[in-house]
Design a protein around this ligand. Structure first.
Ligand code: UT7
Length: 329
């Protein structure tokens, strides 16, 4: 496969209607403040799914927008890949529910669990599938309902996350557009720093587990922070090296939106000024696998990406998983 082989033809996003502002946590009995959350994370508000808003419905909404923008119909989809850490059900994959919702009868559909790197991993898997010659049009979604798996009594985590979905249509490259370089890494030795300790097959859910909340997300924030900064710095170097480009060639950087301080550190390391970094963590919080495609969709809506623009993506998440990509649009 000679790059660019696959291009990101179009992206769409969708988020739940309800906006939860920082100052509302105090009324929920959580010992925090708008000031602490803004200063330590850059987050002001996030979207939280309400009644009837599921991962399937939000993801399908994002997918329909991406398909409309790409001029693709449901029957043309060959594959649907959903990156998520918060599926609607543990079995089957939420991707098949999205397939049914879209009426994409021909599509092969499956989930991947790479946490916040889910969309980035999904795009790279899709590129490989396109290269087999067996598929032409692939839908890659990053979608989350993290509000359903956070511990609403734990101030260390509940203020950080939000719900939403972003969806991208991948097709074979034309006119030199597409993925110029791609990089993926994992390190399972650090899995316990950001995880859901119980509730899986290792420790099936019991009333005690429900009572102590050990089936919910828990994070060693400071350790995750350090690893995120280190790994995203390395990933940004790899992306540029792989594309044989320098920082000056990058028109826009779209990093995973977990914390403004991590974003700033990554941009500083990569030598990319903040004016060229897309930031929406203030409005959405950390939406894990959905964060990069939501940001990409918004950046395109705002006209920040033109034909020929070179964009760098950098992700990091539970696992740990991380990676990067440089794409010419
Ligand atoms: O998407 C996957 C990757 N995830 C991330 O990248 C998240 C990475 N981690 C972070 O973004 C940051 O580590 C946090 C935002 C989670 C925490 O910021 P921090 O500057 O690392 O704070 P800390 O964990 O060191 O905690 C500082 C203090 C603690 O109090 P003491 O022990 O110093 O008395 C915490 O208990 O802040 C306290 N604290 C809070 N205070 C008010 C923690 N959460 C809150 C809160 N409100 N919500």
């Amino acid at each position: 496969m000679k790059r660019p082989f696959a291009m990101l033809a179009a992206t769409g996003h969708a988020v739940p209607k309800r906006v939860l502002r920082n100052d509302e946590f105090v009324g929920m009995g959580i010992d925090t403040s708008d000031e602490w959350i803004r200063e330590r994370t850059g987050i002001r508000e996030r979207h939280i799914a309400g009644e009837g808003e599921t991962l399937t419905s939000i993801s399908a909404e994002a997918a329909r927008l991406a398909m409309k923008r790409a001029g693709v119909t449901a029957s043309e989809l060959d594959v649907i890949i959903l990156g998520t850490a918060s599926p609607d059900r543990l079995l089957p994959a939420t991707a098949v529910e999205i397939q049914a919702a879209l009426g994409a009868t021909r599509a092969v559909a499956f989930d991947i669990d790479a946490a916040c790197s889910g969309w980035l991993y999904g795009i790279q898997i899709a590129e490989g599938l396109l290269a087999t010659g067996g598929y032409e049009t692939i839908l890659v979604i990053g979608g989350e309902q993290l509000s359903r798996i956070v511990n609403w009594k734990d101030r260390n985590t509940c203020v950080l996350f939000g719900d939403g979905a972003g969806a991208t249509i991948l097709k074979k490259s034309t006119k030199g557009r597409g993925i110029l370089s791609a990089y993926m890494r994992s390190d399972g030795t650090l899995a316990d720093l950001l995880h859901r300790p119980k509730g899986g097959c290792l420790a099936p859910v019991t009333p005690e587990i429900i009572a102590d909340g050990s089936h919910l997300l828990t994070m060693a924030g400071r350790e995750v922070f350090k690893n995120a900064v280190r790994s995203m710095a390395d990933a940004s170097d790899r992306a540029l090296d792989g594309a044989k480009l320098s920082a000056a060639d990058i028109d826009l950087m779209i990093p995973h939106q977990a914390n403004i301080r991590i974003i700033e550190a990554t941009a500083k390391h990569a030598n990319i000024p903040m004016e060229k970094v897309y930031v929406n963590v203030d409005r959405f919080g950390n939406t894990s696998a959905a964060s990069i495609p939501i940001a990409l969709s918004e950046a395109q809506e705002q006209g920040l990406i033109k034909e020929g623009s070179t964009v760098m993506f950098v992700a990091f998440g539970a696992g740990f998983t991380w990676g990067s990509m440089v794409v010419r649009f």
